[in-house]
Design a protein around this ligand. Structure first.
Ligand SMILES: [Zn+2]
Length: 100
C-alpha cells in the first residue's frame, strides 16, 4: 500500500465539513456573487455555481480558499466524469474557444 496516495475517509469527511463552512463565508459569497465559472469563464446566476475543489479531496486536495473555486454545473459534472488528462484537454479546449 502506498500511504502517500491514500486519503482516508475521516480526512475527506473533515474537508467536506470545511467546504460546507466555507460556503457560508463572505469571501465565498462574494465570489459567487460575481457569477463567473472558474473553468469556462461564462456567467451564471450565483445559485447555479457550486463549490469545486481544484485538486479533488480524493486526490489529497484540501478545503482551502486557494483550492476552492466556483464551477457551473456543466464543468462540475465533466470534471467528475473525466480522467485528469481528459479534464486538462477540456480546459485547453475552453481556452482555445475563448481566444479564437
Ligand atoms: Zn463552467
Amino acid at each position: 500500500m502506498d500511504f502517500n496516495f491514500e486519503v482516508d475517509e475521516v480526512t475527506i469527511r473533515r474537508e467536506r465539513e470545511k467546504a460546507r463552512a466555507l460556503r457560508k463565508q463572505g469571501w465565498w459569497q462574494n465570489r459567487i456573487a460575481k457569477g463567473v465559472c472558474h473553468y469556462c469563464e461564462k456567467s451564471f446566476p450565483p445559485k447555479e455555481l457550486t463549490l469545486d475543489h481544484i485538486v479533488p479531496l480524493a486526490r489529497g486536495g484540501r478545503s482551502t480558499k486557494g483550492n476552492c473555486v466556483p464551477a457551473c454545473k456543466e464543468c462540475n459534472n465533466r470534471k467528475k466524469d473525466l480522467l485528469p488528462l481528459e479534464w486538462e484537454e477540456y480546459l485547453q479546449h475552453l481556452k482555445d474557444a475563448i481566444e479564437s
